[in-house]
Design a protein around this ligand. Structure first.
Ligand code: ADP
Ligand code: MG
Length: 615
């Protein structure tokens, strides 16, 4: 039946919509990015299905997105021939099933940690339509269900009705936005043209905008009674279909979608007349950026492609590499290092990394990988387009596919190369270490295969004068004669390290000490006890052995031991409950005493970490 069923929005969705509808957010245009990206996702899905089910596309063989403005009725229509939504999908995806992103986004917005621009990253991008529309009608046809209409006026409920017109879409989704009073710009052709070009450049399906232009046409004398207007009207009704048919033909046996430009037919006649011609103009023309020759791609294009991946125009990539791998396995890839680490809130939203997008012969396969890329490199954004993976494997078996394992290894290698290249740029690398240093340390801990490579990329603050940070190689290059260890001190900040009583003696003697200020550092040296055969030596632990000790200094220490033997045994008695040992040490200069950890025990710093983790 066509009776409307009414459903309440999930409470958080309602809350979210209220914020959105009342938002004075200045760049409301992002709704177009969200809608085109949803349309593109939906086409990706049906195309993926068609790899195993050849009939999946027959309900509508053309894969494209169209945008049309109707300024008179103030309606903007975005239509795609994607997978569509069943009644159940409409109900769940657009309103009732709690998405983890909803409350995360609300919290982040309220705390001022996120702005509207990031809505897509939280998986609730659809609702951005309410930035510009106060009524939204979604008509959708999925292969497994009838055509349904979802409608909302951005209040507490929405309705779903079976479409009384039957199946008019074939397959796909049409979204009608009833544009708010103050949103008229989104009904203007010029404005739409600019926006869609901006947001669709890297969408792999054609996006057409319905445009009008005046044209001088020759009028047939005999047909003069039939006005040009009516003729146009007929063309309008047919144009989308004709276009689709043409595409259909060029599409046979090929998954690639061809550009089609309408040509106004003209017969040689004498009389002319100016008419408004309506046509579908393709907005995105480039072929996928990764299939192009890197020599012909500008930095700006790489940056814009990055924005389209991260759905955030406020972020810039720190570095990228675009390459083609050949040999064992063939694929093309662009790998980006983001300019900023994602805030913690994003980690909670993502159960799996969506940062790596896999295509096979330009067909999007998945970005739902579980541990495709080692955890420590999950901040990387990449697209991979492979040739050698059979198209009809399921996402589940895909991950085990041998080719994918090879790709994984190559990608990790490339990422490490990219980071190594970046390390030549001091300033950028400082940013990199600030954002992703912890990740690299995790890599040195976890990645047995690449530990040495990763260790080379690490930087530590150091006691060496005029240096903010050093690599381990450079540290080793500055070893004092006879020095056999890499000295380090752990604390919570560089300032604290500098004031460490353990440091005095070593620095006074001309040794360099690394400052390990991160909780993960101590775990790192446990897993990597040596670098280039030099043992890491925590100067707050156990008995420090210096390479420059002379017989004289050893004698001096013995004398001091004797001199303070009474004090030492007195302290041992008094502090028996708290300490294992009291000893005379040569590690201090001005401080009278220091509390140190046993060589095989935890340092004070480590105790702090472990007790912090217990909560
Ligand atoms: P996300 O795209 O991150 O999942 P959105 O809020 O943009 O979040 O969309 C919510 C869901 O609604 C999508 O995951 C998809 O299942 C469905 N959806 C939205 N737009 C379309 C569309 N054009 N075609 C098919 N499904 C859609
Ligand atoms: Mg979306």
């Amino acid at each position: 039946s066509s009776k409307a069923e009414t459903y309440e929005f999930q409470t958080e969705v309602s809350r979210l919509m209220k914020i959105i509808i009342n938002s004075l957010y200045k760049t409301r245009e992002i709704f177009l990015r969200e809608l085109t990206s949803n349309a593109s996702d939906a086409i990706d899905k049906i195309r993926f299905l068609s790899l195993t089910d050849p009939n999946a596309l027959s309900s509508n063989p053309n894969l494209n997105i169209t945008v049309k403005a109707d300024p008179i009725n103030r309606i903007l229509t975005i239509r795609d021939s994607g997978i569509g939504m069943t009644k159940k999908h409409l109900k769940e995806n657009l309103g009732t099933i709690a998405k983890s992103g909803t409350s995360e986004f609300l919290d982040a917005m309220e705390k001022g940690k996120a702005d509207m621009n990031l809505i897509g990253q939280f998986g609730v991008g659809f609702y951005s339509v309410f930035l510009v529309a106060d009524r939204v009608v979604v008509t959708s046809k999925h292969n497994d269900d009838k055509q349904y209409i979802w409608e909302s006026k951005a209040v507490n409920d929405f309705s779903i009705t079976e479409d009384p017109r039957g199946n008019t879409l074939g397959r796909g989704t049409e979204i009608k936005l009833y544009i708010k009073e103050d949103g008229s710009e989104y009904l203007e052709e010029k404005r739409l043209q600019t926006l869609i070009k901006k947001y669709s450049e890297f969408i792999n399906f054609p996006i057409y905008l319905n445009v009008h232009r005046t044209e001088v046409v020759e009028v047939d004398d005999e047909e003069d009674d039939k006005s040009a207007d009516t003729k146009e009207k007929e063309e309008d009704d047919k144009s989308a279909d004709t276009k689709d048919k043409k595409e259909d033909e060029s599409d046979k046996g090929d998954l690639e979608v061809e550009d089609v430009t309408d040509k106004a037919e003209s017969k040689p006649k004498k009389k002319t007349k100016e008419v408004v011609v309506e046509e579908w103009e393709r907005m995105n023309t480039q072929k996928p950026i990764w299939t192009r020759d890197p020599k012909n791609v500008t930095d700006k294009e790489y940056e814009e492609f990055y924005y389209s991946l991260v759905k955030d125009e406020g972020s810039t990539p720190l570095a990228w590499i675009h390459f083609k791998a050949e040999g064992e396995v063939d694929f093309r890839s662009i790998v980006y290092i983001p300019g900023k680490a994602p805030a913690d809130m994003f980690k909670k939203v993502q159960d799996y990394s969506r940062n790596i997008k896999l295509f096979v012969k330009r067909v999007f396969i998945t970005d739902e990988f579980l541990d495709f890329i080692p955890k420590y490199l999950q901040f990387i954004r990449a697209i991979i387009d492979a040739d050698d993976i059979p198209l009809n494997v399921s996402r589940e078996t895909l991950q085990q596919h041998k080719t994918l394992q090879l790709i994984r290894r190559r990608i990790v290698k490339k990422i490490l190369e990219l980071i190594a290249n970046l390390s030549r740029d001091k300033e950028k690398y400082a940013t990199f270490m600030k954002e992703f240093g912890t990740s690299l340390k995790l890599g040195a801990i976890e990645d047995n295969r690449n530990r040495k490579k990763v260790a080379k990329l690490l930087r530590f603050p150091t006691s060496a004068e005029n240096l903010n940070a050093t690599s381990l190689d450079d540290y080793i290059g500055r070893l004092k004669k006879g020095q056999d260890s890499i000295y380090f001190v752990t604390c919570t900040s560089v300032e604290e390290c500098q004031q460490s009583p353990f440091l005095e003696r070593l620095v006074a003697r001309g040794y360099e000490v690394l400052y390990m200020t991160e909780p993960i550092d101590e775990i790192l040296v446990q897993h990597m006890p040596a670098y280039e055969e030099k043992m890491f030596q925590n100067i707050a632990k156990g008995d420090l052995k210096f390479g420059d000790e002379t017989d004289d200094s050893k004698k001096e220490k013995e004398l001091l031991k004797e001199k303070f033997s009474v004090l030492v045994s007195e302290l041992k008695n008094t502090l028996a409950e708290f300490v294992d040992q009291v000893d005379v040490s040569n590690r201090l200069t001005v401080s009278p005493c220091a509390v140190i950890a046993h060589e095989y025990g935890w340092t004070g710093n480590m105790h702090k970490i472990m007790s912090a983790q217990a909560y």
